[in-house]
Ligand binder design. Sequence first.
Ligand SMILES: [Zn+2]
Length: 321
Amino acid sequence: MDFTTTARLESPLPANITANDDFLEFLFSGSEIQYEALKAKAQQQEDLPRFTLKGVTLTFNLDADYQVVNTRYTRNVVGIVEGTDGRLKDTYVAFGAHYDHLGYLQGALPAGQTDRIYNGADDDGSGTTALIALARAFAQGPKTKRSLIFVWHAGEEIGLHGSKYFTDHPTVPLEKIVAQLNMDMIGRNHDNLASESNTVYLVGSDRISSELHQILLAANAGLAKPMTLNYQLNEPTDPERVYYRSDHYSYAAKGIPIIFFTTFLHPDYHRVTDSVDKIEFEKLAHIAQLVYETGRRVADLDHEPVHDFKGPHLAVGSAAN
Ligand SMILES: [Zn+2]
């Protein structure tokens, strides 16, 4: 295929060394722990002892030269709707989604499969199109006091590159952004469960600003049909570490209060089968309305949402309204 697999050569990686049994036995020969015994313990999944190899010096000669054979460029897409208040309109509420995905499947296809295209309908076509709808609604509908900035991020899938770039090189002063609302995968039901049809997962809303979380609750309560809010992914023990895994984190890392909206994983996640026929459009629109109402309230607030940095403390537990 026409792409190469060398893109991550510039990323720092821990050293990873492979050696055969003969070499390792020799290496352990002066030590009280013998390699065979250690290997047997590892195979039994027993705890391994901590010890020092005696009389061993290893020298590595590394050839770190490489050639760049391929550079790919991309751009974030940014739009602004100006606010109406003379004092507040140089401050912003930011809305985001990512418009990149995984490209197409390279190399040999599994038997019987002919599709190479990663459609990314949910990840993150859902957030990308909701963001267009939000920008249109705010541009054509009633104006807010604060200005609004919409950022379609690039390069999210390979390491939040677009949002990192935007927060390092912002087009408006970062300290003027009072909150960022991120949407990534908001068009499905978690694991295709029908019981999830009114559920949205929220991450981070209380971590930097308790007030932002309260605004979100009020916005949801004000919807014609409030959604079921699930905070499971905001738990500090969440094994998926979702708080760190989409573009909102680039903003949170700079101290900006964020809310991440998602409908969570499903069997088509990062597969070619993440296709548009599986999108729950009514639910997608419903979540966009929740983001709109939350953003509108923050944009009309006469003060910046308080930064109290309490971490996850309000948005805990699942299915709380
Ligand atoms: Zn995504």
